[in-house]
Design a protein around this ligand. Structure first.
Ligand code: GLN
Length: 483
């Protein structure tokens, strides 16, 4: 039963092959048995899950239907869940029980989804390896010596290990797409403003976006349907109708113009990944797509711009965690200054402290123009590159990451080496565009992802292309040994 996708679960529940309660019990038992190897959960919510599963079964018995009614999922631990620990992977929020549900959590619960727990993540979503979590590193089910990617590494590892069919993630610079690539999943970062950020603990507010992680594009369509939509509580949420994502999965790819940026195939890319990307291009060509070489000339500036803007916004967002208004408070403070200093010094881990320092520096008087303002100008140039490219093509295709998963600890002493792994994903966040990563093959037994980018609000197009690709390839069906 644990192999079933969301789409298969919906059919099984509708055909009364099993109940949501039965399925939930099977998955909870599987998590108890296998998660100690992976560390993909920070909190399990067994009681809530069983209550929600029984309620979903009762709704079905009353004639209700719906693709998410009774479907087991989990939330990245930065989505606020009422009465349940919402830690953001940090000691700072280790005992924070959110007083309300994030909009995403509330919407999915209303659709009948069953929450099995809260997944592990890099502290405050800062990282690409899920090693900065206060709750310990997450292991990649494809190789327990390797990282699963981050910052949504817990959601990725849990879904890849078939502990559950799908989970939520968030993506500020790649944190849905990169762990999806490194664990053989399909993950989608929606257009900025498509999914409400209300109740999603902020890292960098102008970049953060929640989205689905699952094994197939078909399942991402189902989960995104439950997450997307206007929310008056989020002033950056956009009031656009939500299309039926599942209905557009079977569109023909005949004549679809795919742009492949020449800058993507530079020296930093593992040549074995380049070859797999070329294979996926060929597979899409066979389905009728037309390939065109394009250029994104300002891509080389994306990493420095992102690593100014994201820390700058983080330094502002995280100022509220001071031991007074929010978060951990140190013991026996000598005075107010000591309380602030030690609460933040003890409550935040080293990567978060590094980002706060970089961000506060970039925003400080005298440096603001040189760093923050400059980075914002680069951001506009990157967006303009995409706008020009999308005049010529419908989709942009390339690798999700320059390398496959690295060994646990391998990049710990060199944070910049980890930042460089984000080169292909962060441009979509800087421009606010939707992006999807899907399985494209393996290098040394480790999964590789291909990334698709589309114009604003074209999530349906991304899912359509990915679904057609998955009907004609079987990478996404491969299961890690031992799971
Ligand atoms: N790796 C990037 C960072 O550390 C992206 C993280 C994210 O998308 N949350 O900032």
């Amino acid at each position: 039963m644990h192999q079933l996708t969301l789409a298969e679960i919906a059919r099984g529940l509708a055909d009364k092959k099993f109940s949501s309660e039965e399925l939930t019990k099977v998955l909870l038992a599987r998590i108890a048995q296998l998660d100690p190897q992976l560390n993909s959960f920070i909190s399990l919510t067994e009681d809530l899950a069983l209550t929600q599963a029984k309620a979903a079964d009762a709704r079905r018995a009353n004639g209700e239907s719906g693709a998410l009614l009774g479907a087991p999922i989990a939330h990245k631990d930065l989505f606020c869940t009422q009465g349940i620990r919402t830690s953001c992977g940090s000691k700072m929020l280790d005992n924070f029980k959110a007083p309300y549900d994030a909009t995403v959590v509330a919407k999915l619960a209303a659709a009948g989804a069953v929450t099995l727990g809260k997944t592990n993540m890099d502290e405050f979503a800062m990282g690409s390896a899920n090693e900065s979590s206060y709750y310990g590193a997450v292991k990649n089910p494809w190789s327990l010596e390797h990282v699963p990617g981050g910052s949504s590494g817990g959601s990725a590892a849990a879904v890849a290990a078939r502990l559950l069919p799908a989970a939520t993630g968030t993506d500020t610079g790649g944190s849905i797409r990169q762990p999806a690539a490194l664990t053989n999943l399909t993950g989608l970062k929606p257009t900025y403003g498509r999914v409400s950020r209300w109740g999603m603990i902020a890292y960098a507010s102008s970049l953060d976006q929640g989205g689905p992680m699952a094994r197939t594009a078909e399942d991402c369509a189902i989960l995104l349907q439950g997450m997307a939509g206007f929310d008056p509580n989020d002033s950056t949420s956009i009031d656009e109708p939500v299309p039926d994502y599942s209905a557009s999965l079977n569109g023909s790819l005949q004549g679809l113009r795919i742009g492949v940026p020449k800058e993507y195939f530079s020296a930093g890319l593992d040549p074995r990944i380049a070859e797999l990307i070329h294979n996926s291009v060929k597979a899409l060509e066979k389905l009728g797509a037309v390939i065109k070489e394009i250029s994104l000339p300002n891509m080389q500036h994306a990493i420095p711009a992102y690593y100014v803007i994201a820390p700058a916004e983080a330094s502002s967002n995280l100022s509220r965690f001071d031991g007074v208004r929010f978060g951990y408070r140190c013991e026996d403070p000598k005075n107010l200054e000591d309380l602030y200093k030690r609460s933040r010094g003890e409550g935040f881990g080293p990567e978060v402290q590094r980002r706060i320092m970089v961000g506060a520096y970039a925003l400080s008087a005298g440096y603001y123009d040189a760093y923050y303002l400059k980075a914002q100008k680069i951001r506009r140039l990157i967006k303009n590159d995409f706008m020009a490219a999308f005049n010529e093509v419908d989709i942009i295709l390339g690798p999700t990451t320059p390398n496959p998963a690295w060994k646990l600890g391998a990049k710990n002493s060199d944070p910049v080496a980890a930042y460089l792994e984000d080169v292909y994903t962060i441009t979509a966040n800087l421009a606010g565009l939707p992006g999807l990563s899907m399985p494209a093959g393996f290098v040394d037994g480790l999964p590789v992802g291909v990334q698709l980018l589309a114009p604003y609000f074209q999530e349906g197009r991304l899912l359509n292309v990915a679904h057609q690709y998955q009907l004609n390839t079987d990478w996404h069906t491969r299961t890690p040994t031992g799971f």
